[in-house]
Write a protein that binds this ligand. Structure first.
Ligand code: NAP
Length: 281
């Protein structure tokens, strides 16, 4: 039962119709019999500052932050944890003694989703396709986990290089246009190939990632950050060719589980969270 004592958590984003976070977190709170509730808080970009004041004033325990607010929220928070500083974006906020602290659980969430599938990154080489917000978290996670090299390919060389510039001092990081011969060579030799673009989602039907399938080594692990559909065309092709595949569902669950642990201080019920995502995802 929701009472005045129930701890409140929200998700700030715009739009929010498709977010599975409310159903995932409410199921997790119920499973551990925690007196928490998680509500969608659709907030237009121009109302973000007021929304931050609003959730603080209403005594929220925390919020998740999603598109388009992950970077824009930073100036309105009291503290930024090192996880969010490294990525330059916040996806989780905790309110403690009236102070807002911003975290990023996407980077660790991505690495933990690989570990859950027995994929390790230390000493390996990774190639990313796409250089947006999610790619930033993936690069941060890979660099803090001992990856040997990361090559980012995007349709715009400038954007790929702008992403590498966010992680200065990493000689093992390169940004290219994705038809660049250097990029194609790295693709052919990499241990991990990660799709960080939305190509594969229903709205991008008919578009394809420029993957030179026949030139890839069979040992390359193929990852897609997309979780809906669970098997994108890219992953289906990879599976057909005998590659190990990892989709984005694990990252979604892990980033949520880490946020849950920040708010509640209790281990997240990952199995319940996974079950609920399979049911509604
Ligand atoms: P984003 O910030 O908009 O970045 C998207 C990237 O993909 C940009 O580099 C963009 O290039 C590129 N791109 C977009 N459309 C393209 C196209 N038609 N052809 C080639 N490149 C294209 O988005 P994001 O937040 O990084 O999200 C990327 C994907 O990751 C989405 O599918 C999202 O659902 C998924 N995701 C999953 C999780 C999870 O927990 N599993 C978490 C976050 C995101 P330009 O800059 O040139 O437009």
């Amino acid at each position: 039962m929701i009472t005045s004592k129930t701890k409140r958590i929200g998700i700030l984003g715009w739009p929010l119709e498709h977010s599975l976070s409310p159903v995932m977190h409410n199921a997790a709170f119920a499973a551990l019999q925690l007196d928490y509730v998680y509500v969608p808080l659709p907030v237009r970009p121009e109302k973000l500052a007021q929304a931050v004041e609003g959730f603080k004033a209403m005594g929220f325990t925390g919020v998740n932050v999603t598109i388009p607010h992950k970077v824009a929220i930073i100036p309105y928070l009291d503290e930024i944890d090192s996880s969010a500083q490294m990525v330059g974006a916040v996806n989780t906020v905790a309110v403690r003694d009236g102070k807002t602290i911003g975290y990023n659980t996407d980077a660790r969430g991505f690495i933990q989703s690989l570990l859950a599938q027995q994929v390790t990154v230390t000493g390996k080489s990774a190639v990313l396709m796409g250089a947006g917000g999610a790619a930033k978290a993936v690069v941060s996670g890979l660099l803090t986990s001992g990856i040997a090299s990361v090559t980012i390919g995007a349709r715009s060389r400038e954007k790929a290089q702008a992403l590498t510039a966010l992680f200065p001092g990493n000689a093992n990081l390169a940004g290219c246009e994705w038809h660049d011969p250097v990029f194609i060579k790295r693709l052919q030799e990499c241990d991990l190939l990660i799709n960080c673009t939305p190509i594969g989602m229903a709205i991008h039907q008919g578009e394809e990632l420029p993957v030179p399938w026949s030139a890839l080594t069979p040992n390359t692990v193929m990852c897609d950050l997309i979780y809906n559909p669970p098997l994108t065309k890219f992953l289906a092709m990879a599976q057909e060719r005998g590659h190990k595949i990892v989709n984005g569902a694990g990252m979604l669950i892990e980033q949520g589980a880490l946020a849950f642990e920040i708010w509640t201080g209790k281990p997240a019920p990952r199995e319940i969270m996974t079950e609920i995502l399979c049911k509604y995802g």
